[in-house]
Design a protein. Sequence first.
Length: 69
Amino acid sequence: MFEWLSHMENTKPLALVIFFLAFVGILVYVFGGKKRSQRLESYKNIPFLEDDDASGPAAKKSDKDQDNG
């Protein structure tokens, strides 16, 4: 077995098959399942939502900047 793998012409097709199977596995994971699909669809608008909680560290920093300016 190890002698067969030591030849480069045998390992390239084996690596191709392994990476193709990994790629197909990732595609099945990402696009399979309705729950995951619905959850990912709900995440697409996160950058456009307004911040209701202004008590985080970024809000405190911006308050200090406004006081100094």
